[in-house]
Design a protein. Structure first.
Length: 435
């Protein structure tokens, strides 16, 4: 596996920062478009990153007919459509709803669920989390209270391998041996042990308790670690709520993990690819959809690491190699040794007005230097650092006066930074910041 997104220990509740949210959550959705410099932007939630071939085709059609033709993956495995006409909302909904991509318009922005993308495909993990995903999404869409969750609130369903458990979700459910699961809230050091059968219900109840405490505190917090109360108090409140609801639970130590995405290439009963910066051209998306259609069950799994897993049970090695060769010819990354999965960047110019640079072009110019560090490298156009990875990484931020500030951020060590005038000098900048 790639060491692409190794994750530092979670902060304790005393380290969390309470935030008061006076304004509404403006996070974009499929029905609430965001005005960007390159046109309107829609963010379509894809719980667990799971798409049928029909749904993937509908997304591709929407991008081609209404936007710039490309599909952009987010760090939560969702899809963004860019370059949209400002008044195309109704037409977009008309394309998404028949494909099952808008099961509840009232809940469309809160269906933020990541799940272990290789669950049930590679022999690792404790259990297949697909039943959890189906149950949680249905319960979420049926919950009246959940409508008021922020579009930034995140659920994570981990099959026990620790990949999505390390992504800093607000509610994490991680499978454990013996059929149980650990329920963890934000950066809490302690978890609650529940039965695997109760896990989806427990996750939703935890989110509803969060909403109650957020309202009672008057903070309007969007994320668990923004609450003005220690996360240990939230955990205790969730424990009481679960007990009242007849869900057995008990305190347990938290299991941490490392946020590592699937390596490109064949992995178990799946084919894995990576898209540089999570951007798929119309042609690349068509090739992916054709690849998925060639194998039952005809499915794509988008990952939080801006890649795609194509389940291919029973695929002969020669056939798998042929499909991967076509995807590579389309410009997707299929080589496990490629540095691309360790490079990320925000949208940058020209799509974002706040960005100071075309960070993606500069990151591509500096690609060959990435092999000099095992850490992921993330390029940001401003201090907001949209989409940056959690944990240890090389932080590259466009500076106000031009150039970049390069900082190696490693847990337990003082940050080491330097200035970078030109991306061609990135290797030397890395040498000055690495321990």
């Amino acid at each position: 596996m790639l060491a692409a997104m190794s994750t530092a220990p979670h902060p304790s509740s005393s380290q969390a920062t309470a935030v008061s949210r006076d304004g509404g959550d403006a996070c974009p959705g499929a029905l609430r478009l965001h005005a960007a410099d390159d046109g309107a932007l829609a963010r379509v939630r894809i719980p667990g990153g799971v798409l049928t071939v029909r749904q993937a085709t509908s997304l591709g059609d929407a991008a081609r007919r209404l936007g710039d033709g490309e599909l952009h993956l987010t760090s939560r495995g969702n899809v963004q459509l860019r370059g949209l006409r400002p008044a195309c909302g109704a037409e977009l909904a008309g394309l998404l709803e028949p494909a099952g991509l808008l099961p509840s318009p009232a809940h469309e922005r809160v269906r933020n669920v990541v799940a272990s993308p290789l669950s049930g495909l590679d022999g690792h993990g404790v259990r297949d989390v697909r039943p959890w995903l189906t149950a949680l999404d249905a319960a979420l869409c049926a919950s009246t209270a959940a409508v008021t969750l922020s579009g930034r609130f995140l659920f994570a369903l981990d099959d026990g391998r620790g990949d999505v458990a390390a992504l800093g979700a607000d509610v994490t459910v991680r499978a454990t041996a013996g059929g149980a699961a650990l329920l963890t809230l934000g950066g809490a050091r302690e978890a609650l042990r529940v039965s695997g059968e109760d896990a989806p219900r427990a996750a939703l109840l935890a989110a509803e308790v969060f909403l109650e405490i957020s309202r009672a505190s008057g903070s309007g917090a969007w994320r668990v670690d923004e609450l003005p109360v220690p996360v240990a108090e939230l955990t205790a409140a969730v424990e009481r709520a679960l007990t009242r609801a007849g869900v057995g639970c008990a305190p347990a130590a938290r299991d941490t993990g490392e946020a590592e995405g699937p390596a490109p290439g064949p992995v178990g009963s799946a084919l894995c690819v990576h898209a540089p910066f999570g951007r798929f051209t119309a042609g690349q998306w068509r090739e992916l959809t054709r690849a998925a259609a060639a194998f039952p069950p005809g499915e794509l799994r988008l990952t939080p690491w801006r890649g795609v897993v194509v389940p291919a049970p029973g695929a002969e090695p020669d056939r798998a190699a042929s499909v991967l060769a076509r995807l590579a010819a389309a410009g997707l990354v299929t080589d496990a040794g490629s540095p691309w999965p360790r490079v990320g960047a925000c949208t940058g110019r020209p799509g974002c007005a706040t960005s100071r640079a075309d960070v993606r072009a500069d990151a591509a110019r500096a690609l060959t230097a990435v092999g000099r560090t095992p850490l992921p490298v993330y390029w940001s156009g401003c201090e907001r650092r949209c989409g940056h990875p959690r944990g240890d990484h090389v932080d590259v931020v466009a500076a106000p006066g031009g150039g970049y500030r390069v900082t190696t951020a490693v847990q337990g060590r003082d940050p080491r930074g330097t200035l970078l005038d030109d991306p061609s000098g990135f290797a030397a900048a890395l040498a000055r910041t690495l321990p």
